[in-house]
Each structure stands twice: as C-alpha cells, then as structure tokens.
Write a new protein. Structure first.
Length: 486
C-alpha cells in the first residue's frame, strides 16, 4: 500500500470531500493535497540538505494535517507537539529531535500559499515518517521513531481486519496528534478517503459543546481511550440516537473495563467494540479482539487480543524465556511494525530494543499473560510499591476492583507520606448507587474485595467519583488523583 498515493488519488477523484473537520473549520482533500504539496516544495527549497524533522506545534487545526503531509512529501519526518505540553518539555523535544524548523498553524498557512519550484523527494519505506515523544524513566521524554514501513504494516493490518467503506467513513479524533492513538484515526481516515472529525480541548472541557458536536458529527468509527468513552456514558443521551451511524468502537491506550463495554453494547446494539493493545514503540497497536457479550461473560479482565499477522507477541520470564500459557511475564513484541529506536539514542541495548532473528523486537515493560491464544495486559512492571514490606502491583488491585458487580472503573494509587507509601487509596466509578453513605459503600467494597485479594493489598480509603479526570491525551489523570489525597 502506498499511503501518499492513496491520499492523492482521493484528492483527484473526490476533491471536495472533507478530509478534516475541527470545530468550525473544514479542509477538503483538494486543499490538503495542494497545500501540503506547496509546503513540501517550500521545505525542499528552504532546507535542501539532510532529512532533519519538521516540528509542528498546535492542537487540532487543519494546518496540522497539511504540515504532516508536507513534511513527509519532502523526505522529512514530522514531530507533533501539542500546545498543552509545557514549554520546558516542548523545548526538550525540539532539542532532542534536532528539528530543522518548528511551525505553528498560522505559519503553516502562510508558507502553504507560497510558490516554489523546488522538487521534493518523498520518504521511503525505511525512512522515518513521524517522531512521537513518550515519557522516559529519566524524566526526559523519549522520541520514538516510526518509519513509513512501520505505519504501512499497521494500516494494512487494520484495513484487512475492518471492512471500512471508502469515502463513507467519519472517524472520531479524540486524542491530540502528539499522542500516538491519533495515528489510528488520522491515517485510517486518510487511507480510506474518510473524514476526520476532531474533538478539541475546548469541547472536551465543555460537555454541552461536546455533545452538540457529536450530535452533528455523523461519526461511523469511534477511536478513543476507554476513559473518554466512560466520561461520555455519564450523559444519558449518549446512545444510537445521538450517533445513529456509529458502527465501530476502537479502543487503545488503557485498560478497557467490562462494565464500559456492557453499557456501550446496551446503548449502541449495532456497533462492534474492539479492544487493542500496543506501545508507541510498536506503532499504535499490534493485538486486537472484538468484545461481544459472549466475551464479556467469559473473561474478566478482558483480553487485548491476538497479534497481527507476521508479528510475534511473547510473554517471557526474567531470563527472557517464554512462560507457560496462563503464567505472567513481560510482554515482548517483534515484527515489521516495531520502531527502529529512539531519536538520538543509538545504544539500543539499554533502551528495550533488540533483534529477534531478522525481526525488530521491543521489551515493553508490561506484565501480561497468554490464555487461549489471547493476550491479557496486566499493568506496568514498574507500577509496584512496597507497603509494610509487601510488594503490591496497583494494576492487580484495580483489576480485582473492576470485577466487582457495582464497579464500572477503578484507579488505585499509593498514599505517600514523607516519601514512603503508607497505604492505598482507591478511586471508584460505580455503575449504580443506592442510599448508602460513602463510608458504607467503602466498607462493602472492601469486604467484597477481601474475597479476592490478600488483606495487605486492600485499599485503606475509597473515594467515589462520577468520572476520572483526563490528561491531554485522554487517559486517566493519575497525577491529579494523587494530588487530591496528599
């Protein structure tokens, strides 16, 4: 599949088709093609030597798409940086990526109207296509390099698995472009001649605006984190009446709770719900599974699926040897979709990347197990704390909480005093609530949870919320939760 040729073909055949809708702004495929071509010629003329990346600083503006394609059409990867990212962190990203230029939407708009006779060269399959920064254990962000070949492998798998109709789909874009979940909706939409419907930070912060936007969106494919969908479920009107054309949910980035799926199946009975898994280093996702009512009845927690064709997903012990089915270990991913590494970090031996035969491979740092050919994600290896000498994995407590009948979702955090984890606090979203007080509810949940986990793992405090706060990426904002218990 030639991604750029597919986009150009749509622009030629359906020039007035909307490629992007963001609040009150629209971008047609013809405009996207013409402006990104002009920007590519500008880059080729202004920066004729080398292939340093182009940094793009914005949010959900149409100019972001123009710059992304303009960069890769000129043989350069792009680095998306959201305006919500703190200035100091953004500066670190620019320095680490060694971007040749950093552009804002207004600057992109001006440059896309310039004329240049320079002849750009597109990126090749083995060339970097984008660089997305993720959190690093040192406190400094790491730039994950994704080649066109990595992206193509991911897209071909998704297009084979899902029967999208060319020119007829509208993809929800919830995640900022600086978060790799957005790659799923952005390039599936462009590859199928669809319309990308962006929900911006202003709409997410204002429920009335959010639901009004969804009312008029004609979304057919929902791509988001589970937290965002759970937030939307608070609104009773969030159902097939609001989104009558919605036929597919694609989730990634977080644990998908069974109760979230159950509510979505009730409200959108004609829609399919898919759970996927993969770190940024493996190009968005590399396992998937459809979650239906039979799957709900069979598994809790839910699986994240089977690997894409040609990929290897292993669960290994501390010596790197595969564990027996059902046993927990670290998830290892190998395949053509795996990143060649981090920008500016040639020492792959200490970064989690290695070779498995002739396949690039990555040590995820995630716990997992394989059962009946399906992968189950069980949290981060480093999400462990010792309390009173006992080592506790927060994900273990969370999964057991989510399995309780009245719990929709849960987030468990350590209560830190003088730098030491003293106890656990559980933030809980309930599916229903009677007349019990918070104290009575906490006592009941603690008693139910005690049937599943040892006493030393039980939270000392239960805090009940309607929904979790979200980060700019649409994930549960654990820092804000932690601040509330200090």
């Amino acid at each position: 599949m030639d991604l750029l040729d597919r986009i150009s073909r749509t622009a030629h055949e359906y020039p007035e088709k909307l490629a992007h809708v963001s609040e009150d702004r629209t971008l047609t495929y013809a405009e996207l093609a013409q402006k990104s071509d002009a920007l590519a010629r500008h880059f080729a003329g202004a920066f004729p030597a080398g292939h340093a990346p182009v940094a793009v600083i914005g949010h959900k503006e149409p100019e972001m798409l123009i710059a992304f394609l303009g960069a890769v059409k000129s043989g350069r990867p792009y680095v998306p940086i959201d305006v919500a990212i703190p200035a100091r962190r953004a500066a670190g990203m620019l320095q680490a990526s060694q971007a040749v230029v950093a552009l804002t939407p207004s600057e992109i708009a001006a440059l896309a109207n310039e004329r240049s006779s320079a002849k750009p060269r597109r990126v090749g399959l083995n060339d970097p296509f984008y660089i997305i920064f993720t959190s690093g254990s040192t406190g400094e962000p790491k730039g994950v390099v994704i080649t066109l070949g990595c992206l193509t492998t991911f897209l071909e798998w998704m297009l084979e698995q899902h029967p999208f109709t060319r020119g007829r789909e509208t993809f929800l874009n919830q995640a900022p472009f600086a978060f790799d979940l957005s790659v799923m909706d952005l390039y599936l939409s462009l590859a199928t001649g669809g319309t990308l419907f962006s929900i911006g930070k202003n709409e997410i912060a204002n429920p009335k605006r959010l639901y009004s936007a969804l009312d008029h969106s004609t979304v057919t494919v929902w791509v988001s984190t589970p937290t965002f969908a759970q937030m939307c479920l608070i609104e009773r009107r969030f159902n097939r009446t609001m989104l009558p054309q919605l036929r597919r949910f694609l989730f990634c980035g977080e644990t998908l709770a069974p109760d979230t799926v159950a509510q979505l199946l009730d409200r959108f009975p004609e829609a399919e719900i898919w759970n996927t898994y993969g770190p940024t280093e493996a190009t968005v996702a590399c396992t998937s599974v459809r979650i239906d009512r039979d799957m709900l009845a069979r598994y809790a927690p839910l699986p994240v699926g089977a690997p894409m064709p040609g990929a290897k997903v292993l669960v290994v012990d501390g010596e790197g040897q595969p564990v027996t089915p059902g046993e927990r270990g670290e998830i290892i991913i190998a395949g053509a979709h795996v990143s060649p590494g981090y920008v500016g970090s040639p020492d792959l031996a200490n970064s989690g990347f290695f070779w498995m035969g002739n396949l690039r491979a990555y040590r995820t740092g995630d716990w997992g197990r394989i059962e009946n050919g399906l992968l189950f994600f069980e949290g981060r290896i480093d999400a462990q704390f010792k309390i009173n000498g006992y080592r506790i994995e927060l994900g273990d407590v969370e999964e057991n909480l989510r399995s309780l009948p009245t719990v929709t979702d849960a987030a468990v955090l350590p209560v830190i005093r003088q730098g030491i984890a003293q106890s656990l606090a559980a933030f809980v979203v309930l599916s229903r609530r009677g007349g019990e007080s918070d104290f009575e509810l906490g006592t009941r949940l603690r008693s139910e949870l005690a049937q599943r986990i040892p006493a030393y793992m039980l939270p000392g405090r239960f805090i009940f919320v309607d929904a979790f706060p979200m980060t700019a990426n649409g994930k549960t904002d654990r820092r804000r939760l932690a601040d509330s218990i200090r």
